[in-house]
Design a protein around this ligand. Structure first.
Ligand code: AMP
Ligand code: MG
Length: 505
């Protein structure tokens, strides 16, 4: 209700309490750049739960969400910038990439006191756009919304989706597509490629400034270590080892693990051509541009190490005044990443097959299951979910039931089941507790590629967002059986299978 008395809007707390640290870094770190307004923004989705977690004024934002999350209206306290970065793309170094279609609006401290970036994707050109238009198409925006929120619900560190808006403008790719703007939230948008940007220019002082910023922001516990820059490399390596292991545990294929798409915070970022595997095959590749399988499912841990080596190179001058000594130290850390990854991966796989104890033969047991899954075309997600059921129900008639039915020849997995049961007999957990624990690490629901494509098609062709909404709903609790959504747990029919994904830039 309006009051006749004067109401000074400038005195009200702004709906987003921006507190921007990156703009306080030296000018070579970014370019000032405001979003370019769009014709007719319309809100698709605003993530109120996340907004509350960030401490934002949800009610005020809701009144003007389309204008704010398209970049048409800039809120007080926002200091919009495009960040500078470089990167190895498919192994080739590009000394200048940068935010070509993204603008950082600013940072907030969330409810837990953690600093988070709020960034628009698709807000128009920046000094880093090269020949690009700085815009995003609706399809990739929906894909990132669905998959990043699904990753979060799966418990995997990831950037988040705060909002999606259609722009009311076309974007011109191979075809004319509806435009959209996506609002991304990240612990930070600092990448391996951000370090490379300065290292490639021989600007060691900026590398040091960036490293100090990253330590203060993401790894304050290492600040007082004897060699904080070596500790930084180690900390990033540890987070990436853990992250990539978790991708493998749910069948996630990032698709474009260029060094500019690897965060130093350890969050998953950039959902361009990503996809989840249906039938288990370690060589699975979806991205249309990944012709040699560089970023195939099973190559991801090794690529993680390759990217960390590139980060290590940028830190050499900070690690030790003797280059040889610095290289030795960095190499020790990069080699140890392999063991860390293996430990994270094995721990997660043990949990997936229901083990809380450890035996030397466990690795072989796990590999034997995976090999049978691969030979027999078993659906990765469905098989593990049904294994959980098997662990709880006891054996029944001992034929492996629904679990075995996910293999082309259900009999093929019988010898493995026998080994597994022998092993479970030496594991202390009771069957019901084991089944319960297994359900918490073996999701019933993943964002299956064919479902994402169906949701995108309905939205792009018919303006129908109901499949998008349904996917968000079912994927919000992926470890719970949701009988109403049972078809979403199923792999695609042969005619539904999606074999390729596209970057969508
Ligand atoms: P990505 O494939 O998202 O990792 O992007 C790689 C680089 O290309 C980044 O520097 C992006 O900012 C830039 N880029 C991608 N799409 C566009 C676009 N439509 N306009 C301008 N720059 C873009
Ligand atoms: Mg990128």
């Amino acid at each position: 209700m309006s009051s006749p008395l004067h109401d000074d809007t400038a005195l009200r707390a702004p709906p987003i309490a921006f507190d921007n640290s990156y703009v306080r870094l030296p000018p070579q770190f970014f370019a000032d750049q405001a979003p370019t307004p769009v014709a007719a923004p319309q809100l698709i989705k605003f993530n109120e739960v996340l907004a509350r977690e960030l401490g934002l004024d949800v009610e005020t934002l809701k009144q003007n969400a389309a204008a704010i999350f398209s970049g048409n209206e800039l809120l007080p306290g926002s200091q919009p910038i495009a960040m500078a970065y470089a990167g190895h793309q498919f192994g080739n170094f590009v000394p200048q990439l940068g935010d070509g279609r993204a603008i950082l609006l600013g940072e907030v401290k969330d409810r837990n006191g953690k600093r988070r970036d709020i960034q628009l994707k698709g807000p128009g050109p920046t000094p880093f756009s090269r020949r690009g238009d700085g815009r995003a198409a609706l399809g990739p925006v929906l894909r990132e919304y669905i998959v990043s929120e699904a990753m979060h619900a799966l418990g995997i560190p990831t950037t988040r989706a705060l909002a999606a808006v259609t722009s009311g403008e076309p974007v011109y790719r191979e075809e004319v597509l509806p435009g959209a703007v996506f609002t991304r939230v990240a612990a930070s948008h600092i990448r391996v490629g951000t370090f490379q940007f300065f290292a490639a220019r021989g600007d060691t002082e900026s590398v040091r400034t960036l490293a100090d910023h990253v330590i203060a922001r993401h790894y304050p516990e290492i600040r007082d270590r004897k060699n904080p820059y070596l500790a930084l490399l180690e900390a990033v390596a540890d987070r990436q080892a853990s992250l990539i292991a978790r991708w493998l545990h749910v069948g996630f294929i990032h698709g474009v693990m260029n060094t500019d798409n690897m965060t130093v915070s350890g969050e998953t970022i950039d959902f361009g051509p990503c996809a989840f595997m249906d039938a288990y095959d370690p060589a699975t590749v979806f991205s249309s541009i990944d012709r040699n399988g560089r970023y195939a499912y099973a190559n991801q841990p090794a690529i993680g190490q390759w990217n960390l080596a590139r980060l290590g190179e940028t830190l050499i001058p900070l690690i030790d005044s003797s280059v040889d000594a610095a290289i030795d130290l960095a190499n020790t850390v990069i080699k140890a990443y392999g063991e860390r990854f293996q430990a994270y991966w094995l721990a997660g796989m043990r949990a997936k097959i229901g083990l809380v104890s450890e035996e030397d033969g466990d690795l072989d047991l796990i590999q034997s299951l995976l090999a049978t899954m691969q030979q027999q075309n078993a659906d990765f997600t469905l098989a593990f979910r049904r294994l959980a059921a098997l662990a709880g129900d006891g054996d029944g008639d001992g034929d492996g039931g629904d679990f075995a039915a996910t293999f082309n020849d259900p009999q093929s997995v019988a010898p493995w089941l026998e080994r597994w049961r022998e092993r479970l007999a030496r594991d202390p957990q009771a069957p019901a507790a084991r089944a319960e624990a297994m359900r918490k690490v073996n999701p019933a629901f993943i964002p299956r590629n064919h479902r994402i494509e169906q949701a995108i098609e309905a939205a792009v062709e018919d303006g129908d967002f109901s499949l998008f909404e349904a996917l968000l709903k079912v994927l919000a609790t992926p470890y719970q059986d949701q009988p109403a959504f049972a078809p979403y747990a199923e792999p695609p029919l042969p005619a539904e299978r999606v074999l390729q994904t596209f970057c969508g830039t």
